[in-house]
Structures are given as C-alpha cells and as structure tokens.
Unconditional design. Structure first.
Length: 502
C-alpha cells in the first residue's frame, strides 16, 4: 500500500514523452484528509495544450491506431485490462489518498473498471455496420469512422471511473485522446496512462495534460483540432464548453449537475428504504452528480422514516479514508467545505430544520471533514432543495400520492438520476416512465454497468457515456453506395435520357 508520506510529481504526457509544463509551472496536490500537499503537478498552459493536441492529431493521421484492425485494438485493450487488474491493489490507496474517498469505496468502484475496457474491446469486435435497403440496383452500407483527437475532461470525485467511461470507447473506436483530469486529483490518471503505454497503445494516442480548468481546460475546449469533448462537471462550465465546441461543430458529451430524487413509497420495508436512501445520499461524501440529494417520503411513513434515518445518519463513521472502518471521508477542499456549510446555514435561516449533522466532523487534524447532514421541513423550491450541494447533505420531503411524488421529483432544472423504492411492480414501472431523468433505479441507487448508457436530461447534460450509445458517439457514420447494375446512366443522351435521379 502506498504510504501517505510519499511525494508525487505528475508530469504532462505528450506524444509518449513525460515532460514538464512550459516555464516549469506547477500546482500543489493536496490530500483532503490532512489539508497538506502530497506532491506537485505540471500546470499546462495553452502552448502545452497545443503540443498535446498536435501530438494526438499526428498519431491519428499516422494510422497506427486509427487505422489498425479492430482485432488489434481489442487485443491491446484486453492486455491493458489484464495489467490494470493486476495493479488494482496499487490504485486503491492512491485514489483514496488523492480524493479522500474511503478505501472501502475506492476498492469497490475501481475493481470494476477493467470490465469497461473488456466490454468495449468486445463491442469493437462485434459491432456490425448496417446494410440499407434502397430502390434500384444499389447496395448501400455504412462504416463507422473514428472522429480524431478527442478531449476527455474529468472531475475530482471519481477520477478513474469517470475517465474509463469515455476512454474505453474512445480508444476502442480508434480515436486519439487528450486527457485533462481535475487538477485536484491527477495521480491515478497518470498511472493509468503509463499502463496504457505498457499495453501497447502507440505514442501520441493517449496524451495527458494537467492544470486549472480556466486555462488548460479552456484551451483544450477551444482547440480547433479537437473533434469531440467529453466533460464531467458543473452545468455553467458545461454550457461554456458546448458554446466553444459549437463554433467548429465539434461533438460533445456533457455529464453535468444533478439533484437526484429518491422516492420512497409506504409499501417498502422501512429499513430497506432507510439503508438505500443513506447510501444514495452519502456515498462519496455526497460528491457525485447522481447523489440522492432529495429524499421524497410518502407522508404516511414520513415521521417513522425521519426517526430511523436520523439514527442511521448519526451512526455513520467519519474519519481517515485510509482506515477500512471509515464510512465517510472528507470533502475535496476547504473551499468546498465552507461552501457546503454556508448552504446548510442559509437553509436553516430560511426555515429548514436540522435532522442530523450540520457542521464539521470532529476528526483530528486539518482535513476537510463534514458531518453527514439531513434537513427536513424544507421548502421544495428553496436553494437547498434546488441547487446542487455536492457534499454530504440531503433534504427529506413528504409527498401524498404517486402524482405528488412525480411532480416534486421533476420540479428541478436537472434530470440526471432518480430512484424509486416500492414493492409494487406496476407502480415502479409507471413512476419510472414519468420521471424526467436519464437514469432511474428501482429499489437501488448509484449502479453503473459498461453496457448501460449513462447521462441526463435538461440541465444535466447531453450525450451518453457507456453502452452502445457511447461507442457510436465516438464515430461518424459514412454511407457507401455501390451501383451493382454494371451500367452508368447517360444523362446527356437526348434520345433516351434517364427519368429519375435514383
């Protein structure tokens, strides 16, 4: 296991070479569990971004990856998945050290990621093109063509998982990439890039830049050679990225904010609902776009749910994320901690009542720890019930019946994820079909599979990650039309001109 005293230096990777940023600019890497620096990362500027994109374009044009057979690309990705799986025990503590998620969470999440690369390797081998029936002596078929250099911009909360959702299909379809991880959590991304090179991905196909979003990220989003941008983050930043991409008609996949609804009906076992709602709200310290930020509980069980939920929340163990017993780690930064506390304070000033938590957690040291927090008697239209907190905070709202639950759940600018808790099968499907969310779980939450599309409606973004949808969105279809008659019409034969164009 990596020791917390180890220092990490994260360079750029451009064209297969690890390099410093122009002017040797760096930023500190901070462990949120201690508030102390654990290393430095090379802070890319616009010139570094241009070098990385140019390297990606040269690699794409060279064809060693983009024009390789799908069998070759699949073999390399399978080899990489094997290397990744063999190295998992090194990845777990690194991710915990860098973003503060409890080791039990990073272990559960990262252990599944080799499956993503295997899935998309298999999809590359099995995805078929279309033959289109048309009138006349013609054969029309499609080819899926890789886009070119793609920008993959990830957030701090799930560095490897968010990256893998797009990196796997991007590589499987033959694209080259420039990865820009969050400047707060770059360590495991560097290790992953090194493993890809070991697996046989050619130089320049995978490039890594680091730095602040307002400089390195903006330069990447605006670069004229980038053909697709995948971004996970806030809605306003996503809107600016979409505007930049639109100037050159680059494709985008944007997974943005969320205000997830957990809908609890009165026929579900109370303990099951409480356990599921707590998991939805507090996994990753609530720092996830699909967080169960609004728990909607049928009024007939509302009071009993509140009592049981308070006991559950107060029993959550907050502490050192490297300790296997820890259930809730710190938030990512002091700035994030203070922003979250400000939202909780304003909610109480507006009339919300505190069920549990509400302040800093009593953990020794200078880490950014907060208590898991639940509020009730909340106005559904208030800031705390409408805006993304991105921390271990949830609100509990009562509803009267099915129609009321759907109305409250949908009354938000976001539409990423929701869950429905009931044992009534007909009701579960009926409610799910009326929720304006890209993903709905029934009697579960936060579940992800590489074969299932991931993405949202409304201000939660556009496009899909994972699944066949993601695979296809890293390509453009080319239609090929073949004249099978052996003859070509003579449009200039005055005696017998063709009668139609097709």
């Amino acid at each position: 296991m990596t020791r917390s005293t180890e220092s990490f230096d994260v360079p750029l990777i451009i064209g297969g070479a690890e390099t410093a940023a122009e002017g040797n600019r760096t930023l500190p890497i901070v462990n949120p569990a201690t508030g102390r620096a654990i290393g430095t990362l090379a802070a890319a500027g616009s010139a570094d971004v241009d070098r990385a994109v140019q390297a990606a374009q040269r690699a794409f044009d060279g064809g060693a990856w983009s024009q390789a057979s799908v069998h070759h690309r699949a073999r390399v990705l399978q080899r990489f998945a094997d290397l990744f799986e063999a190295d998992l025990e090194e990845f777990y503590p690194l991710e915990t050290l860098n973003n503060g998620r409890p080791i039990r969470e990073t272990r559960a999440q990262i252990a599944r990621l080799p499956q993503f690369y295997r899935y998309f390797a298999a999809l590359a081998l099995t995805r078929r093109s279309d033959v289109i029936p048309v009138e006349g002596p013609y054969l029309v078929y499609t080819q899926r063509v890789p886009l070119g250099p793609c920008a993959l911009m990830t957030s701090f909360n799930h560095p490897l998982m968010i990256l893998s959702k797009s990196l796997a299909p991007a590589l499987a379809t033959g694209n080259s990439v420039v990865i820009k991880p969050s400047e707060q959590t770059p360590i495991t991304t560097l290790r992953l890039a090194r493993l890809l090179a070991r697996a046989g991905v050619p130089d320049g196909v995978v490039n890594l830049i680091n730095g602040e979003g307002r400089e390195a990220g903006a330069a990447l989003a605006q670069h004229p050679l980038i053909r697709k941008i995948v971004f996970t983050g806030g809605t306003e930043v996503g809107r600016s990225i979409a505007a930049a991409a639109a100037q050159r008609f680059a494709m985008t996949t944007l997974e943005l904010g969320g205000k997830g609804a957990v809908i609890v009906f009165d026929d579900i076992a109370l303990d099951r609902a409480v356990n599921g709602a707590a998991f939805a709200a507090f996994i990753a310290a609530g720092q996830t776009c699909v967080c169960g930020a609004r728990i909607l509980v049928q009024r007939s069980i509302y009071d009993r749910f509140l009592a049981r939920f308070r006991a559950k929340v107060e029993a959550i163990r907050v502490g050192d994320p490297a300790d296997p017993r820890t259930q809730l780690g710190p938030v990512i930064s002091a700035r994030s901690r203070d922003r979250i506390l400000g939202m909780v304070e304003r909610a109480q000033q507006a009339g919300a009542r505190l069920l549990a938590g509400g302040g800093r957690a009593p953990v020794p040291g200078d880490g950014y720890y907060l208590q898991p927090t639940a509020l009730y008697d909340v106005d559904p239209a208030s800031e705390i019930a409408q805006h993304e907190v991105f921390g271990p905070v949830t609100v509990i709202l009562p509803f009267d019946d099915e129609a009321d639950a759907i109305r409250i759940a949908n009354a938000t600018q976001f539409g990423l994820a929701a869950s429905v808790w009931t044992v009534d099968v007909a009701r579960a499907h009926r409610v799910a079909s009326q929720l304006v969310f890209g993903m709905v779980w029934i009697n579960d939450h936060h579940r992800l599979d590489p074969a299932s599309p991931w993405g949202g409606f409304k201000n939660s973004g556009v496009g899909r990650e994972t699944g066949i949808e993601s695979f296809d969105q890293f390509t453009e279809p080319r239609a090929v039309t073949v004249n099978t008659s052996g003859e070509t019409a003579d449009w200039y034969d005055e005696a017998n001109p063709p009668r139609r164009l097709n």
